[in-house]
Structure formats: C-alpha cells, structure tokens
Design a protein around this ligand. Structure first.
Ligand code: HSE
Length: 303
C-alpha cells in the first residue's frame, strides 16, 4: 500500500489558567476542530483548510499540523514521507482558546491511529506538551473535562475531573490576535512570595470548590496576581470587562489562556453576561463577539 487508511479525529477548544492556575489549570470546551489524515509513502503534501484561520494558516511544509506529523513519522521511523491533510477549524485562531494545542494534539492523535496506536494517552500528552511548551491546554484537549497539570521529575502529569457544578463559560472574543509568545514576554521573571501565596490560596480553593460544587467560593477564587496584571495592557478594557461580567451575574472572570479572549464562569445569565462583556469591550473601541460554551467531557477522539 502506498498510503494509509484515512483517519479522522476531533479535538476540543480549551481555556487555560482559569485565573490563578497559570500554566496549570485547563478546561476542554465544546467547540471542535476536525482533521482527516492520509499518510503517503511519497513526499506529496496536500493540505486543505476550511473554517477559522483559512486565510492565515500555511498550506505548505510550514503548517503546524504537518510539522507535528513529520516529527512523529521520524520518531517512529514510519515508512511515510507525505500526507493528505484536511482540516476544518471552528476554534478561533490565536485568541486564547487553545488553537495551537488543538492542532498539535490532532496531528499526534491522527498519526498514532494511522500507525496502529504505538503511543498511549499519557505518551501522546507528553509529546504534545513538549511541542506546545506548557501542558495546561494540551491536557484538557487530550483528557477532556477540567485538568490540573504539573511537571514531576521532568515528566508532565495531569488529573482530569468534571466539576460538580453546571458550569457555563461565556467567552468574549475580540477581533484582534495576541500571540502567546508576546503575552508571555510581558511576564516578570521573579514574583514575590506574597503574590505566590495569593495564587496558591486561590487556585487550591478554586479546584476544591469545583470538586465540592461550592459556588460561593467561586465568587472570589478566580483572582490572580501572577500573569493577568502584567497582561492588562495588551487587552484594552480587561478589568472593566471582568467587572461587567460579574455585575451581569458571573461567578468570576479571567483571561482565557494568554488572551486576548476574556472568559466568564457562570451557572446562569449567559446571554446577559456575554452582551455585557461585548458592550464593555466596545466602550474601549474593541469589536468582539461572545460564545457560550459547555465543558467537553470526552477530549480528543477518533470520529
Ligand atoms: N498558560 C499559558 C499562558 C496558556 O498563559 O501563557 C497559553 O496558551
């Protein structure tokens, strides 16, 4: 055979950090990208993209999914050198909803199926986290639900669970891109013990509240001192949008991942909250739209 059987996979969007859980917390959300992959023995590369990012994403050897696929083929010494790749994207690009983690995970997962599953889920997670550089988006992509991640003896570990509250996420997606690299460059190299302790208190309370179903704790657990204050200048109106979301009934609000999208966590009033966030962005001359999302419980899968 000069080509593999077609493999189709589906990967969820993700929101990382959830306020105080910088590089640690993530939640899988119910919007998805789909990838169809056929591996080829010759060096042909044929990439087609529909949906989000169609006019920005490269369709040549610079394409992120192809780079991931190529890396995996080399790693496994598989007898394939080319591919037919069809992507359909629903996840907004470079907006803080894990589009790169979704692409990386989709590539790894599809190759893994095409090669007869040489890697298990944990290995797929480790490979994806290594390529992405931090585990907080790839963990919920692969495992679904809400995830806490850490690195232990140079290995990423994650724990996935389903919060015990009917959590909805309202995401205000502004009409501008913010590269994660840029949003990480503004972060300080050192932080004070006081700020570290503030975040430890908040993130541990947040996870405990999610597990116990305590919405009262969630009204103050989304605060952060490690990254959001430094990123505020990159997202005009950030604190006002947070305040508007809370005023409209959200439990709390945060930057989604590295931004620029802002996310409100709630159990009610989703449309009022979304409209309040969009209206407040508009007061700062930022066009945006909002999405109402649920938690994806399954994570990446073959379809
Ligand atoms: N934890 C990462 C950050 C998420 O905040 O930079 C970006 O995808």
């Amino acid at each position: 055979m000069d080509k593999s059987e077609p493999i189709r996979v589906r990967v969820p969007a993700t929101t990382a950090n959830c306020g105080p859980g910088f590089d640690t917390l993530g939640i899988a959300c119910n919007i998805y990208n789909e990838l169809e992959l056929i591996l080829l023995k010759d060096e042909t590369l044929d990439i087609t993209i529909s949906g989000e990012g169609t006019s920005y994403l490269p369709v040549n050897e610079k394409n992120l999914i192809w780079k991931v696929i190529k890396k995996l083929l080399e790693l496994t010494k598989a007898p394939y050198k080319g591919a037919i790749i069809k992507m359909h994207n629903n996840i907004p690009l470079s907006r803080g909803l894990g589009s790169s983690a979704a692409a990386i995970s989709a590539g790894i997962l599809a190759v893994n199926y095409a090669l007869g599953e040489p890697f298990g889920k944990q290995e797929i997670f480790e490979l994806a986290a290594e390529i992405e550089g931090h585990p907080d988006n790839v963990a919920p992509v692969i495992f679904g639900g809400m995830t806490t991640s850490l690195t232990y003896k140079d290995k990423v570990k994650t724990f996935s669970f389903i919060p015990k509250i009917p959590l909805k996420m309202v995401v205000a997606v502004p009409e501008f891109f913010l590269a994660t690299k840029k949003a990480r460059e503004v972060l300080p190299v050192n932080i004070s013990v006081k700020d570290a302790a503030f975040n430890i208190g908040h993130v541990s309370s947040l996870v405990a509240a999610m597990c116990m179903g305590n919405t009262e704790v969630l009204t103050y657990a989304f605060e952060d001192k490690l990254h959001q204050p430094y990123r505020a200048d990159l997202i005009p109106g950030m604190y006002d949008v947070f305040a508007a979301a809370k005023h409209a009934g959200a439990l709390g609000a945060a930057i989604s991942g590295a931004g620029p999208s802002l996310i409100a966590f709630t159990i009610e009033n989703e449309t009022t909250i979304g409209q309040a966030m969009v209206d407040t962005f508009a007061k700062h001359k930022i066009d945006s739209h909002y999405l109402i999302l649920d938690i994806d419980k399954k994570g990446a899968c073959r379809i």
